[in-house]
Design a protein. Structure first.
Length: 324
């Protein structure tokens, strides 16, 4: 099966920082390959990896996470760029996806790995080893695209998106414990996934996604509070874009609450599989059975002062998503 992309017309939204502008009707976007695109978005440490790993067991699927395209692209498309450059980046994004699919479709090693990790049936493995593999859908996960959900929506024609979200106080706690993000030391350079672009204030940079005029306020916070600042930016951008009438009418977006998924994994796992065009099967059930509720409300171990500071920064978004 060939997945070479044909010429696609991309719809250019205004890329003014922090804004999402009008889109033309979805039927103006041409699907350029026979593979169905499926995307998982969500702030880092929101359950994107668990959901992605589970959905890799969807039949006739291929999946990729991370740097199919430079991660900085999710930040760059939010800057002041011309429509021609935006279109070029969108086209390149889809081409990269299709090139990846073509490469793995011809591979014999990758199907063996997927079978060994219980992400592929024996029947699919045999077909792949005989060079008869069929890839019907592509699943992609990159949390930082939550900063630019409209770009993914446009660049991957007719893609179906799952937006998984989690209590921002827990997200921030997990980001600090796992990755030690947005510390003073890391803010001295523009070398992190959270901040490849920024504005220099003193010996540190404020990330580009911090609102103009609030740089000092951001830098005066603890790394935990800075982390929930990033969370609130991501969930607000996703909410504002996914709530637009034309996007809602497309039925391409499925929001899933992390706490619901880990509390009732079979129920919400089936909803997720259905959104990506599949029924629940035994491989998927085994994957979703690995859900754990132990990380819910982990933020409560932090000091009351730091929690209050986080809630002051992200209170509107925590309320918007039902956490306050």
């Amino acid at each position: 099966m060939s997945t070479k992309a044909t010429k696609t017309t991309y719809l250019m939204p205004d890329t003014t920082k922090g804004s999402h502008h009008s889109l033309k009707p979805d039927n103006a976007i041409a699907q350029s390959s026979g593979v169905k695109y499926n995307v998982i978005l969500g702030c880092p440490r929101s359950g994107t990896t668990f959901l992605f790993n589970a959905l890799t067991a969807l039949p006739y699927s291929e999946a990729a996470s991370g740097h199919l395209f430079p991660l900085s692209l999710a930040h760059i498309v939010n800057q002041s760029i011309t429509p021609d450059i935006y279109q070029c980046l969108a086209r390149s994004f889809e081409f990269s996806v299709n090139d990846f699919i073509e490469a793995v479709e011809a591979s014999r090693v990758r199907p063996i790995h997927r079978w060994m990790t219980q992400s592929m049936t024996t029947q699919e493995l045999i077909a792949a080893l005989r060079r008869r593999r069929t890839i019907e859908r592509f699943i992609y996960k990159e949390p930082f695209w939550s900063l630019s959900p409209e770009f993914v929506y446009i660049a991957l024609p007719k893609c179906r998106i799952i937006h998984i979200y989690r209590d921002g106080r827990d997200c921030a706690d997990s980001l600090m414990r796992k990755y030690k993000v947005l510390t003073d030391e890391k803010l001295k350079t523009l070398n992190t996934a959270e901040m490849p672009l920024g504005r220099k204030v003193d010996h540190r940079y404020a990330p580009w996604w911090v609102e103009d005029g609030k740089e000092e306020l951001f830098l005066n916070q603890t790394p935990y509070v800075r982390s929930i600042w990033m969370w609130k930016t991501m969930v607000r951008r996703c909410h504002d874009f996914f709530s637009r009438p034309e996007v809602m009418a497309s039925s391409r977006i499925l929001p899933i609450r992390y706490e619901d998924l880990v509390s009732e994994p079979m129920k919400y796992g089936e909803i997720a599989a259905n959104h990506f065009g599949c029924d629940m099967n035994n491989l998927l059930r085994k994957k979703f059975q690995g859900a754990r509720k132990s990380s819910i409300s982990i933020y409560k171990r932090r000091s009351s002062e730091e929690i209050r500071a986080a809630e002051n920064i992200a209170g509107s978004e925590l309320s918007l998503y039902g956490y306050l």
